[in-house]
Design a protein around this ligand. Structure first.
Ligand SMILES: [Zn+2]
Length: 414
C-alpha cells in the first residue's frame, strides 16, 4: 500500500470485513485495449510452529532460500506483482514504455478461507475496479526435474469441487444378532465399489496439449510414452496411456472426474446396529461434466437401491481459457526469453483458485507459479519450512514483468 501509493501510483485500500483488507492499484494506459490484472492473496494458512526450523513469520534467508509461511503461496507472487507495478511505473515515467492497457494490481486477504471476502467481495461490490480482459493469478507451476527447469505449466482451466453424501439404509437391532442388511456393511460395499471403478478418462483441449508437449521432454521413459499415447486421438492408445499414468495420482487427476471418500458417519453405540450409515465424497468434476451425471454413474456403479446419493455442495462451473490467447502467448514468450529450453504448457488445475470466479466474471485468468522449483520444495506449500529459492523469486519477477510489458505496452517503433 505504502510502496504503491508512495511511488505515486493510484491506490485504494478497501475493507470488506473486520480484519480483511483489499488493495487495488492502477497504472493507466491509453485505453486502446482492455485492462490486465495482477492478482495475489495476502493471507496465508496457519503454521505448526514446533515443526519449523526458523521463525515462520520472520522472512529469514538461509542457504539461498527465503523461508516463511506464504513464501510460495502466495507472498512470492504478491512481491513479484508489486515489483512489476513499481518497475512499470518507473519505465513509463522515464518515457521508456507506454501502456495501451491499464495494469491493475489486486491483493486480497480471504483466499485461504474461500475467497468470499476477497475476490468474491470485490467482484460483487467493486466490479468496475477489477474489470479486465486478462488476469495473472497463482495456480500454475514451474518444475525443475533432474536439476534443470523442465516446464512451466500455465493453469488455463480448473476442476470444480463438489460434495456428495452416500447414505446406506438397513435394519437396526442388537449388535449380538447380526443382520444381513447391515447399513454399515452396505455402505462399505458402496464405497469400495466406487473406489474400484474410476470414472472414464476424458481429454480436454487443455489436457491433450499438456500431455503432448510434456511427452517431448519428460525424463521417465514409460511415462513419456504414456503421455504421447494419451495425447493421441486413437482410443486404444489413450486407454493404454491412461492406465500407465494411473500410477501418478496428480496426472491421473487431470484425466478424469475424480471421487475421494473423505468422511464416514455411522452408529451411536458399540452394541447397536444403526439403520443408517453415511459417507462423504469429495468429487472434482472436469469442466463441463455435470454433477448430476456423475451421480447417475455412481448409482450404476453402486447398484444398490438402498444406498442414496445426495448432492450436498454443488460446485459452479467456469469457462476454460484459450491457450492461444495473447496473454498465454505473452507468458510463453517471456518464459522463453528467460530460458529458451523451458516448455510452456497449458494446465488443468485439479484444485480450486480465485481464477474460477474471475472466469465466471468474464476475465481470462491464467494461473502461474513462475518460480522454478523441485517438486520437494513445491510440496512445502501449506507445509513446514515453506521456502522459495532466491533465484526463483528473481526469475519469476522478471517473467511477470516481461509478460505484462508484452501484453500491455505499445510496441516500440524503431
Ligand atoms: Zn494461494
Amino acid at each position: 500500500m505504502e510502496a504503491l501509493g508512495g511511488a505515486g501510483i493510484e491506490t485504494r485500500l478497501l475493507q470488506p470485513a473486520p480484519l480483511r483488507a483489499a488493495v487495488v492499484a492502477r497504472l493507466r494506459g491509453s485505453g486502446a485495449k482492455q485492462a490486465v490484472l495482477l492478482m495475489a492473496h495476502m493471507d496465508v494458512v496457519g503454521v505448526e510452529r514446533a515443526h519449523w526450523s526458523v521463525d515462520p513469520f520472520a522472512g529469514e534467508v538461509r542457504d539461498g532460500y527465503l523461508y516463511g509461511r506464504g513464501a510460495i503461496d502466495d507472498k512470492g507472487m504478491l512481491a513479484s506483482n508489486l515489483m512489476t507495478m513499481l518497475l512499470l511505473h518507473r519505465a513509463v515515467r522515464a518515457g521508456e514504455l507506454s501502456l495501451e492497457r491499464d495494469v491493475i494490481f489486486v491483493a486480497t486477504s480471504d483466499e485461504e478461507a474461500g475467497g468470499d471476502w476477497g475476490m468474491g467481495w470485490l467482484i460483487a461490490n467493486y466490479p468496475e475496479l477489477i474489470r479486465a480482459e486478462f488476469a495473472l493469478n497463482e495456480g500454475g507451476r514451474t518444475r525443475i526435474v533432474g536439476g534443470k527447469p523442465l516446464y512451466l505449466a500455465v493453469q488455463s482451466a480448473e476442476k470444480v469441487a463438489n460434495v456428495l453424501r452416500l447414505t446406506a439404509h438397513g435394519s437396526g437391532g442388537h449388535g449380538s444378532v447380526p443382520l444381513d442388511d447391515n447399513a454399515v456393511a452396505r455402505l462399505g460395499r458402496a464405497v469400495a465399489a466406487i473406489h474400484a471403478s474410476p470414472l472414464p478418462v476424458r481429454l480436454l483441449p487443455t489436457t491433450r496439449r499438456f500431455f503432448r508437449e510434456l511427452s517431448r521432454v519428460w525424463p521417465n521413459e514409460p511415462e513419456r510414452v504414456a503421455m504421447a499415447d494419451v495425447a493421441s486421438d486413437e482410443p486404444a492408445r489413450v486407454e493404454h496411456g491412461a492406465r500407465v499414468l494411473r500410477a501418478v495420482p496428480l496426472l491421473d487427476a487431470t484425466l478424469r472426474t475424480t471421487v475421494s471418500p473423505t468422511m464416514l458417519h455411522a452408529g451411536i453405540a458399540p452394541n447397536v446396529i444403526p439403520t443408517e450409515a453415511s459417507a462423504t465424497l469429495n468429487v472434482r468434476t472436469l469442466p463441463g461434466h455435470r454433477i448430476d451425471d456423475v451421480v447417475r454413474d455412481l448409482q450404476r456403479i453402486i447398484d444398490d437401491p438402498l444406498v442414496e446419493i445426495a448432492v450436498v455442495d454443488r460446485g459452479e462451473d467456469s469457462p476454460t481459457c484459450d491457450f492461444a490467447s495473447p496473454m498465454f502467448v505473452a507468458i510463453a514468450e517471456a518464459a522463453h526469453a528467460l530460458n529458451p529450453e523451458l516448455i510452456v504448457v497449458p494446465y488443468l488445475g485439479t484444485g480450486a483458485t480465485d481464477s474460477a470466479r474471475m472466469r465466471r466474471f468474464g476475465v481470462q485468468a491464467f494461473g502461474v507459479l513462475p518460480y522454478p522449483m523441485e517438486q520437494a520444495d513445491e510440496e512445502r506449500m501449506h507445509g513446514n519450512d515453506e521456502r522459495i529459492p532466491l533465484g526463483a523469486l528473481e526469475f519469476g519477477t522478471r517473467l511477470i514483468y516481461d509478460a505484462i510489458v508484452r501484453i500491455a505496452s505499445t510496441p516500440q517503433t524503431t
